[in-house]
Structure formats: C-alpha cells, structure tokens
Design a protein around this ligand. Structure first.
Ligand SMILES: C[S@@+](CC[C@H](N)C(=O)[O-])C[C@H]1O[C@@H](n2cnc3c(N)ncnc32)[C@H](O)[C@@H]1O
Length: 205
C-alpha cells in the first residue's frame, strides 16, 4: 500500500487514543522545545504531528508561530477541529515532509516524534535532512524522537529503523551540533513499553 494511503487509513479507522504512539501530552517534547526555543515568537514546526496534542500545548504556552505538517489530511482535520477557533493561529500543511515546499518559511525549531524512523531508504533520509537544512534557521534547533536501539522493529505495520544517538546524528552529519540525547520508555495504550530516543541538536551558523 502506498505510504499516503496507509496513513490516511490509520487516521480514518482508529481513535487517536487507540494508536500505539498516543500519549495525552508530549511532555518530553514540550520540555525540550521550551528549553531550546524559550522565545514565544520563535517559529516552531511539528512535522508528522498527526493527532498529537503538542500543538494545543504550544498554543497554551503562548507560542505565536506554530506550524503542523502531516501526510494525512484526516489527521490535520481532526486536530484542527479539536482546537476550534484556536486552529486559526496555526499554519497547517498536508504533505510529505521529504518533498513539501516550505517556500521561504524558516523555523527556529523543528520537532519530529516518530516520523523519521519510518524512512527506511537512504534517499528519503537524505531528502529529509536536506529539508531540515533548508527550513531551519542558522542557529535554530532540531528535536528528533525515534525508536531507540531496543525499540520495536515495526510500527503501524511498517518497518522502522531504530537509532542510538550517534547513528541518528550521523544521518544529519556536518552542519548539525549534537547537544544532547536520552532514551526513554513510552507506555502504549495497549499496556506495552517502547523505547524511544530523543536527540536534540543545533544547526550551525
Ligand atoms: C507514528 S505517528 C506520530 C504522530 C505524532 N508525531 C505523535 O508523536 O503523536 C506518525 C505521523 O506521521 C505522519 N507521516 C508519516 N509519514 C510522513 C511523511 N513522510 N511526511 C509527513 N507526515 C508523515 C503520519 O500521518 C502520522 O500522523
């Protein structure tokens, strides 16, 4: 099945809190975003944001330039509706992060939880990193969350790549300064645990 169709089907057929990656709030992501981009005027993008409440929580914390991109129009519509009038404060895009045209827009902080690890071919990963290089301001930050070395081999029926910090940073390479990383356990709604790796870095000037 084509990737786009896969994700549309997932978002159309399951409630958000029945998805294995669901958490009510992305606490670790929020903590890192507030630490790395304390300026509420900073431009923050959540790529593959899906139905997560990260955007709600960023608006709640007075971030004024928030964007969400997802491959699935269903996921974007669901999240917009949940936000009601507040959705007007957000820049919404439906598209593939490896190909999306961000135009002249550049971000202070790029956040990805559980999208990059689905890129199992090297060409897609290179395209993704090129997008980050083009779309994040010099001196801006990147927060990535992927499955860790002990994480699952598949998610949502799709193969994934598992990462430790050196492997993930190696995908980004020169031009990115690794600032920190940590492994954490995600408790799925099904009662199982999944190891995630958070890595954060700065884009060189
Ligand atoms: C595992 S979910 C994670 C959702 C959210 N980041 C979270 O942590 O709750 C992956 C999300 O990425 C989206 N997605 C998958 N591949 C994508 C791509 N190439 N470009 C943009 N979004 C993508 C899916 O539609 C889905 O919403």
């Amino acid at each position: 099945m084509e990737t786009h169709t896969h994700w549309e089907t997932v978002h159309q057929s399951k409630a958000c809190d029945a998805l294995s990656w669901y958490v009510p709030h992305l606490g670790e992501s929020l903590r890192l975003i507030e630490q790395l981009c304390p300026d509420r005027a900073g431009a923050v993008i959540d790529v593959g944001g899906g139905e997560s409440t990260l955007v709600d929580d960023l608006l709640e914390r007075q971030y004024g330039d928030v964007s969400v991109l997802d491959l699935s129009a269903t996921a974007i519509d669901f999240t917009r509706q949940r936000l009601g009038e507040r959705a007007q404060q957000v820049g919404w895009s439906v598209g593939d992060v490896t190909r999306h045209d961000f135009g002249a827009k550049q971000f202070d902080l790029w956040h990805d939880r559980a999208v990059f690890h689905f890129l199992t071919d090297a060409a897609s990963r290179r395209a993704y990193v090129d997008q980050v290089r083009r779309s994040v301001k010099p001196g801006g930050h990147v927060v990535m969350a992927t499955f860790g070395p002990q994480g699952p081999l598949q998610c949502s029926g799709l193969d994934v790549v598992r990462y430790d910090d050196q492997h993930l940073h190696g995908e980004f390479g020169a031009g990115f300064q690794l600032l920190g990383s940590e492994l954490m356990q995600h408790h799925t709604p099904m009662g199982t645990d999944q190891q995630f790796l958070y890595c954060w870095c700065r884009v060189a000037h």
